[in-house]
Design a protein around this ligand. Structure first.
Ligand SMILES: Nc1ncnc2c1ncn2[C@@H]1O[C@H](COP(=O)(O)OP(=O)(O)OP(=O)(O)O)[C@@H](O)[C@H]1O
Ligand SMILES: [Mg+2]
Length: 288
């Protein structure tokens, strides 16, 4: 244990507490509750989002992450609003959505294994732990979903699909572009009632996005008006941990059909004459 040397107390130099020195930098201890030093530099290079990186991404070592509140508690993850900024530099500020996966024992539901058919956890120690269901294993699984979503966001963003830009992944936390509208989080498609022209334009955007996935042999796997954000004229697709390999997964076509049905139901309810079986046929034609 540390014991102060009493002999220095009686030395000629007066004792000055270290906190009164002006070192010209902000002490690390000065972060407030709900703040942390930016985790940008501490994650591995491969855990950053794809290039070309948008100009708004803050990469400074001196940046601070400030948690501004919880946006949504979901079934398997919680989404928080985080500001990443360099104190005193107003240009270096970005708002991010932090999606934090819960360890699988804190989930409100767990996905069936049908989603993961054909997928493997690479590291065999982690694979064995995940299979065993130990506490470590449950954490590995949470990280695995996060990793799968981050990879899907990266691939699809690079392919031009309207998804949030994935900034970084750190264990079970994904930091991504915050999709906002007029200073608040963009509403889910399920919550909006756009005019007929916008409904038509939305459908065209969505079919194009689903077609890009299909051409890569992929389906969202949980597409619905709850996992699509309406950012004004533009739709943004979110919630992609379960992206399915249409060909490799024996139930791939069933997942794609469910996506088509969920999406078409919303468009039909908004007055558009669309048919899920026709949409499925159109997408499958692109996949093969
Ligand atoms: N990048 C983002 N920008 C703005 N809002 C977001 C973003 N990501 C997520 N959200 C909000 O958080 C909610 C939950 O996100 P997401 O669907 O990815 O997580 P989840 O755990 O699967 O939630 P749920 O169980 O509700 O499907 C979304 O419906 C949306 O309202
Ligand atoms: Mg969701």
């Amino acid at each position: 244990m540390y014991a102060p040397d009493s002999s220095t107390e009686s030395s000629a130099t007066p004792h000055v507490p270290w906190t009164t020195y002006d070192f010209g930098f902000v002490a690390r201890e000065e972060l407030a509750a709900g703040q942390r030093w930016s985790t940008w530099s501490s994650v591995a290079k491969g855990d950053h989002g794809p290039q070309p990186r948008p100009a708004w991404v803050v990469t400074d070592d001196g940046a601070v992450d400030t948690e501004l509140g919880i946006m949504k508690t979901g079934k398997e993850a919680d989404v928080f609003l985080v500001e990443r900024s360099v104190p005193g530099v107003s240009a270096a500020t970005s708002l991010l959505a932090a999606k934090r996966y819960r360890s699988t024992d804190h989930r409100l539901f767990s996905r069936g294994s049908s989603y993961t058919q054909g997928r493997r956890i690479k590291d065999s120690r982690e694979g064995r732990a995940a299979a065993k269901g130990s506490a470590f294993g449950r954490r590995v699984q949470a990280g695995e979903w996060a990793r799968h979503e981050f990879a899907a966001l990266s691939t699809l963003w690079s392919a031009g699909v309207p998804v949030p830009y994935p900034v970084q992944i750190d264990d079970t936390e994904i930091l991504m572009e915050y999709v906002d509208l007029d200073g608040a989080a963009a509403p889910r498609l399920a919550q909006v009632r756009p005019d007929a022209a916008t409904v038509t334009a939305y459908y065209e955007q969505l079919v194009e996005a689903m077609a890009v996935l299909a051409r890569r042999g992929l389906a969202h796997g949980d597409l619905s008006p709850y996992n699509i954000l309406a950012q004004g004229e533009r739709l943004v697709i979110i919630d992609l941990p379960q992206v399915i390999d249409i060909v490799g997964n024996p139930e791939g076509v069933d997942f794609l059909l469910r996506d088509c049905r969920n999406v078409c139901r919303w468009f039909v309810s908004r007055g558009l004459d669309v048919d899920p079986d026709e949409l499925l046929a159109e997408l499958l034609a692109q996949a093969w």
